[in-house]
Design a protein around this ligand. Sequence first.
Ligand code: SF4
Length: 475
Amino acid sequence: MSQTFLGMPHAPAGVGHLHGDRPFPDAARDALANTQLRRNLGHATATIRAKRASVVGELDDWEELRLAGEALKAYTMAHLDRLLPQLEAAVTARGGVVHWARDATEANQIVVDLVRATGTDEVVKVKSMATAEIGLNEALAAAGIAAVETDLAELIVQLGHDEPSHILVPAIHRNRAEIREIFLREMPGVDPELTDEPRRLAMAARAHLRAKFLTTKVAISGANFGIAETGTITVVESEGNGRMCLTLPDTLITVMGIEKVVPTWTDLEVFLQLLPRSSTGERMNPYTSTWTGVTPGDGPQTFHLVLVDNGRTAVLADPAGRSALHCIRCSACLNVCPVYERAGGHAYGSVYPGPIGAVLTPQLTGAATSLPYASSLCGACFDACPVRIDIPSMLVHLRSTQPHPATERAAFEAVAWTMASAGRFRLGERLLRLGRLIARRGRIRRLPPPLSAWTDTRDLPAPPQQTFRDWWSAR
Ligand code: SF4
């Protein structure tokens, strides 16, 4: 068994795609001004929401499945110390090699060394959040190794020199016309008569990728699940590109976050029902690939599994935040989030956008950030989450850990002092009515400093003419 200690406190800055370079409010303001982006996002999220609602509604035991998923994840996180070595032993017994990486830097170095050892300078990749998180493509490029993304949406993002903006649909911010332009500009040998018909775009991508699949010797994948009892790794996807990557090359390198382990095959049954319905709104995944180590004469003959911490142990240490590690990356919370639907993924500055990104990113990085405020706390994310992660409560918890300006602290202390006495509260209610003097058409749009910090970004409803107590006694 490996003796490497998994305990790096947080994901390091300067490597990977967790640390955004702009605060969320600034980036979101720019995104909101992009009407095309908002139209694309609104259309895509509404479509996925409707599909999900329809297939989830078919199951009488959906809530029981969610409870089972939540319980399995909680059990797994409580037993990582036993399950991860069990997974390592099972993979090793079947001819695979397991590597442990404390953080993104270590993981990238391991993969670069493994690819270099094969003598190749090009790899194919199946879409993987973990490799995006650690910035593997950049590390490979710095080592002179080209990484070709084979997921259609990831390919669009890569050819467009862009960043993904959704966990499941990385190019959700692009429409057909934009994709056609990217293909015409960046795809070698593409038909100049290419139209923006989805079928034609898919055929162009297929022709481009087929040559890569047939000639590239090394593939890199992520993992949706790693089964501890047998050492079996699972990747679910919709296009078949993953299956090509996982079977055709000689060498397969899988990068997996340590939280993706599940105890047994039986447990996988729960997640394979929850995931497709919550993500793509399908009853089952079009392609579910599973493999265990190496099978002589069939598929890649060399298999490496890189287990990555990169801040996960730090998340696990916080009882109020650790269930963020339960996430199965279905993206249902993004699709129902009113903030995500308007701001899009780039504003979050992390490979994990939306509600889950707002709780997971600050915990992985340990950095002060405005992300926990990127929510209206409406609770739609919790209702949609297939493993019942209580994101709203976690957001409130994380807000309490962020630095607060002295004016905000003073304001809340004043509110607490007022509400601690019935007399003061009554007087406060009466004084609040003075706010009606500066209200226009039922809204207060501008308050004097320091209260302007509130009205800079939102309106305040005008106080009602009558307090609740007055209304009650007048009944
Ligand atoms: S937090 Fe829940 S809903 Fe959001 S991506 Fe993760 S599993 Fe899906």
